[in-house]
Design a protein around this ligand. Structure first.
Ligand code: ADP
Ligand code: MG
Length: 480
């Protein structure tokens, strides 16, 4: 082991609790030092973020004490194989790395990450043969083994993109070609496009599937030009490729020469019926400085969007993620998290993982109090989380009645029905207790609330179209 790192580790071991040390520092591998940079390898990006927000001071302090070099910087590398090597890894340490506010080190880039995966030696003591096999397949194809159709949660926001991706993966490049998936960041584009690759390889293991970002395509292209290897480059992307999965095409904006190259790559593949899937953060026409002829080609097949997931989808994603990671939490925690983090799945997952890590460190179960207390410090809670009053107002507005009537004891259906709907929504969406709701609806008995919730719940279960339509409209207004 690098001497400086070994010394720094000793110092850190003495300064930190053994839990913190074992969780965060024991898994780090030091790859050595080049000039002013100390290379440290961690199992995932979440580590980098956590270390940099919580332990960077300790880390730099320990290094500074042991090294005469005060310009020393840390270069992080993410290596997903690493986790396997850590003896008796704690369950709650995240296996994935989705963090929203990840902005710590410019040296941790996707580029570096890819390079590391490709260049990694086999794990010293790989526990399972399959790990090595999976990594080998990822190495050849550039795919991320974590992302499959099996662990993609489908909801109204991503239904079209999912169905199209699934069809593209099954139809051998005729039906939706090219498939163009667009949507905001962290909404599952990379996940879906990787799932397409895995699925095709499952059916046809010999298929030559290439997954890469447009950034990587650009870099490889420039490198090929500089090293006079352009014919190899073209061979790889135009001839030796059955399926091209190109992520984040918006990166080509303004890069004339790479666009030109991609245009010919596209044509070669398209005209020999090979599947192309492209993702972007915006609709084709909105990609700035992109050649018209490419934009029009992107629309030859199917253009499918991914929107921010609805509340129920967010809850389902949280549940799935928790199950994958072995994280246990109460139902109201899922609802709370899904209400707080609305627009980005990566952020949603990152928040859950953060919660799990902290719960493990401070030995707490993840209940609503713990979640609120933890996230208050980390997340800017929305100015105004939806309240019972908000729901009451929205319901009144929708049915055009007064708040006083909603809270009254009047039994006329024009009033009693909206009241039941409001009670139902409060219970479903906010999880407010029955007695509390009774009070907030003008002093009613909790059994009244209970039967209202049951009544509307029964109609929903029977898929009553009128009730569903009403609930959906009100929920949309409330931003659920
Ligand atoms: P994008 O490429 O659109 O920025 P990603 O595909 O990287 O987003 O997704 C961010 C994270 O959210 C990933 O960990 C991914 O697995 C997860 N994710 C996004 N959508 C879903 C979904 N519908 N079901 C399960 N996980 C999802
Ligand atoms: Mg992506």
């Amino acid at each position: 082991m690098n001497e400086l790192w070994a010394d720094a580790l000793e110092t850190l071991r003495n300064r930190l609790s053994s839990e913190a040390f074992e969780t965060w520092f024991a898994p780090i591998q030091c790859d050595g030092q080049t000039g002013d940079s100390l290379q440290l390898r961690v199992p995932n990006r979440f580590y980098v973020e956590w270390l940099s927000t919580h332990y960077l001071g300790f880390l730099h302090g320990a290094l500074r004490e042991k090294s005469a070099n005060d310009k020393l910087t840390i270069e992080w590398t993410v290596d997903e194989n690493l986790q396997e090597r850590v003896p008796q890894q704690k369950r709650s340490v995240p296996a994935a790395a989705p963090t929203p506010s990840f902005n710590m080190s410019p040296s941790v880039t996707g580029e570096r990450h890819e390079a590391t995966l490709v260049g990694m030696p086999a794990p010293v003591a790989a526990p399972m043969q399959t790990t090595a096999q999976i990594n080998e397949s990822a190495r050849v194809h550039g795919l991320n083994t974590k992302y499959s159709f099996d662990n993609f949660v489908v909801g109204p926001s991503n239904q079209l993109a999912h169905a199209a991706a699934f069809a593209a993966a099954s139809s051998r490049g005729k039906k939706y070609n090219p498939l163009f998936i667009y949507g905001g960041t962290g909404l599952g584009k990379t996940h879906l496009v990787n799932a397409v690759g895995h699925r095709i390889l499952q059916d046809r293991p010999s298929a030559r599937v290439l997954y890469l970002s447009a950034e990587r395509f650009t870099n490889e292209f420039i490198f090929a030009l500089q090293t006079h290897k352009i014919s190899e480059f073209r061979e790889r992307y135009r001839n030796n490729c059955d399926v091209l999965l190109m992520d984040d095409i918006q990166f080509l904006a303004g890069r004339e020469q790479t666009q030109e190259e991609f245009f010919h790559t596209f044509n070669a593949l398209y005209h020999s019926d090979r599947q192309i899937v492209v993702t972007s953060d915006v609709y084709p026409q909105l990609i700035p400085e992109m050649q018209e002829r490419l934009i029009s080609r992107f629309q030859w097949g199917l253009v499918a969007d991914i929107q921010a997931p609805e509340l129920d989808t967010r809850i389902a994603i949280l549940r799935r993620k928790a199950a994958e990671e072995g994280i246990e939490f109460a139902d109201d925690v899922a609802l709370f998290l899904a209400q707080v983090v609305k627009s980005n799945v990566r952020e949603l997952e990152g928040t859950l993982l953060r919660l799990a890590v902290r719960a493990d460190l401070v030995k707490r179960v993840i209940d609503l109090d713990f979640a609120k207390e933890t996230l208050r410090a980390v997340l800017p809670l929305p100015e105004h989380a939806t309240s019972v009053e908000d729901i009451q107002q929205a319901v009144c507005k929708y049915f055009n009645i007064r708040l006083a009537d909603l809270k009254s004891h009047r039994r006329h259906r024009a009033v009693s029905y909206p009241r039941m709907v409001a009670m139902y929504l409060c219970r479903q969406r906010l999880g407010t207790s029955f007695p509390q709701l009774g009070e907030l609806f003008g002093g009613k008995d909790h059994t009244t609330v209970l039967s209202a919730v049951k009544k509307i719940g029964g109609l929903v279960e029977k898929e009553d179209p009128k009730v569903r339509g009403e609930l959906e409209a009100i929920e949309r207004k409330l931003g659920f």
